[in-house]
Design a binder for this molecule. Structure first.
Ligand code: ZN
Length: 247
């Protein structure tokens, strides 16, 4: 649902995303979502990904059961890994280090809470921490050098949107979610969030449209509602930010 809102709200994004997911796939996705046939879209998405063998082809009984309302990460964000991949290079100061030069590829943007909460904007600080250069003790066996990490960068340029995995955060640490985020030399704006309902063990989405916040929950018959305040009993799973235009 958030993906749909992002693509419909931002003119150039369907073309950009087509490079990663296939132009035809993006077009079909938008047409089906326009018709409000959300469950069909979800099934087609999973089917499409099965054909790309993301799901095991060695079919076991368990693998046949597709959980339509289950793990949002397995079903969705995992498929956007190419878009979200980042790379960080590192070099150890010790000449005897077994692997002096290393390249660290991350396929998802997992944002960990800082050890000590900074006085201002913990999320921006944690995002900076993820991308910024750093020097740490080398962890190679028998090496006592220092490892210098370069600035982390997106492998395919700044993506049209980013999904920040926030599962490590406690809800009280997330009382303030910034509307704007500086990320990899670009400005991003908050577009939505995925929420996890502990009691029902399932995910739902909150997103902004025309300045209003909506909540989409596929399990409800009245599945799209206007939000007056954040839904209760839900934990934040991820935050979705879209790239602001360069204008
Ligand atoms: Zn080393």
């Amino acid at each position: 649902m958030i993906l749909y809102v992002i693509l419909r709200d931002n003119q150039g994004f369907p073309r950009e995303l087509g490079v990663f997911l296939g132009k035809q796939f993006v077009e079909h996705f938008l047409t089906l979502m326009d018709s409000c046939d959300y469950t069909t879209v979800k099934m087609l998405w999973i089917w499409y990904r099965m054909s790309k063998r993301q799901y095991r082809s060695a079919v076991r009984q368990a693998a046949l059961e597709i959980d339509l309302f289950g793990n949002e990460h397995e079903n969705f964000t995992k498929n956007l890994e190419d878009l979200m991949s980042t790379m960080q290079e590192s070099l150890c100061t010790s000449w005897s280090c077994p692997t002096r030069f290393q390249e660290l590829l991350k396929r998802t943007v997992i944002i960990n809470p800082p050890h000590e909460l900074p006085p201002r904007d913990p999320i921006q600080s944690a995002v900076d921490e993820f991308f910024c250069p750093k020097i740490l003790l080398c962890t190679e066996l028998g090496c006592d050098g220092l490892r210098e990490f370069s600035q982390r960068g997106f492998c395919h340029g700044a993506p049209p949107f980013v999904i920040l995995n926030m599962q490590q955060w406690r809800s009280e640490e997330l009382s303030y979610v910034p509307y704007h985020l500086a990320l990899s030399q670009h400005r991003y704006s908050l577009e939505g969030a995925t929420l996890f309902n502990k009691e029902e063990h399932h995910y739902s989405a909150a997103f902004q449209i025309d300045g209003y916040w909506m909540h989409y929950d596929g399990l409800r018959s009245d599945n799209l509602i206007l939000l007056h305040k954040p839904p209760e009993l839900l934990l934040l799973s991820s935050l979705v930010y879209t790239r602001a235009s360069d204008k």
